[in-house]
Ligand binder design. Structure first.
Ligand SMILES: Nc1ncnc2c1ncn2[C@@H]1O[C@H](COP(=O)(O)OP(=O)(O)OP(=O)(O)O)[C@@H](O)[C@H]1O
Ligand SMILES: [Mg+2]
Length: 320
């Protein structure tokens, strides 16, 4: 999904500047087009004014500056869907997990967030007529709950060769929020080397919540989380890939009415997510998903099952 142009095609970028940019992780025109001049200048040592010219020139090359509405429509029409493994859940989502967007999976422990992430890493690899994008996934694991054994089982269910399915998933274990932020910067490079159309961050918020404790740290945490999710959104839009993040619900003791549990990360995460899918446990092994805050989809619910083959339809389920 990257342009065929190289950094040297940007006006004013010669081999030396291109090398500096690449060393700092700006490996593609897209990565420069969505970066601020300040970010480019900080990371490369290139002066601010030059960095500003470079980012403007990059934006013109990939045409993400001013466009007419029909071009916006054209770009939107390039958005694709990845099947979740459940027809009912796909229907709720308007066809599946969408590219050019962030889908946030919210729920208490054990509601199937990580299981759905595993399933998507496999289904993104399926042929297009089976609901996939014939592409790979980048799995950023902040909780240590990724299990390749599950990938093998889910791949079998979808009749994919397990060995190949494993090779198409790039895995990164993250131990702190700085590393998590850095990996998303590095994702531009990873996506230029591998045909990745899905980025998972499981979980988006846990490292941040563990590190920034107390009221004094809250503003800084939200500021950093904000930068992080917006970088993810830029990746999704510029590279036409799907970003799926998970988020736990936290007790909100200040609230006496309505749901006392709400997603971590507050408004920062809520505003950046294009789709918020709330998951809860249903009867036996079923899970119920409900969609909030979708820009053009009605509110609704769907039930599905988490089994050995990952997310599948529950018998007799239908979306409502
Ligand atoms: N191999 C399997 N076969 C059937 N069901 C499974 C299998 N593995 C996991 N599950 C189901 O998935 C549940 C765990 O879900 P998951 O790990 O996705 O939760 P989560 O929402 O990510 O929770 P957390 O917030 O703790 O990360 C288990 O309780 C079980 O019901
Ligand atoms: Mg989990």
């Amino acid at each position: 999904m990257m342009t065929e142009c190289s950094l040297e095609d940007i006006d004013g970028v010669g081999p030396a500047t291109a090398r500096k940019l690449r060393e700092a992780g700006f490996v593609s025109i897209e990565s420069l087009a969505v970066a601020t001049a300040f970010e480019i200048s900080e990371a490369t040592g290139i002066g601010y004014d030059t960095a500003l010219k470079i980012s403007q020139a990059a934006r013109e090359l990939v045409k993400i500056d001013l466009v007419t509405a029909d071009e916006v429509l054209k770009r939107r029409q390039q958005a694709q869907k990845i099947t979740t493994g459940s027809k009912a859940l796909d229907a709720l989502l308007g066809g599946g997990i969408e590219t050019q967007a962030i889908t946030e999976l919210v729920g208490e422990f054990g509601t199937g967030k990580t299981q759905l992430c595993h399933t998507l890493c496999v289904t993104v690899q399926l042929p297009k007529d089976k609901g996939g994008l014939e592409a790979g996934a980048l799995f950023i694991d902040t909780e240590g709950t990724f299990r390749p054994e599950r990938i093998v089982q889910i791949a079998r269910k979808h009749r994919l060769e397990a060995e190949k399915a494993l090779k198409n998933i790039i895995y990164a274990r993250v131990y702190n929020s700085d590393h998590q932020v850095l990996l998303v910067d590095k994702a531009w490079e990873i996506c230029s080397q591998h045909p990745i159309r899905l980025i998972i961050v499981d979980s988006l918020t846990s490292q941040f919540r563990g590190e920034y404790l107390g009221r004094e740290a809250l503003a800084l945490r939200q500021q950093r989380l904000n930068g992080h999710v917006h970088k993810l959104l830029k990746l999704a839009e510029a590279l036409n890939l799907a970003v799926v993040v998970t988020n736990q619900v936290v007790a909100n003791p200040g609230q006496f009415f309505g749901d006392p549990n709400k997603p971590a990360g507050g408004n920062v995460v809520a505003h950046a997510s294009t789709y918020r899918l709330f998951l809860r446990k249903g009867k036996e092994n079923t899970r119920v998903a409900c969609l909030f805050d979708a820009p053009h989809l009605p509110y609704g619910e769907a039930s599905f099952l988490v089994g050995e083959g990952g997310v599948v339809d529950s018998p007799g389920s239908e979306s409502s």
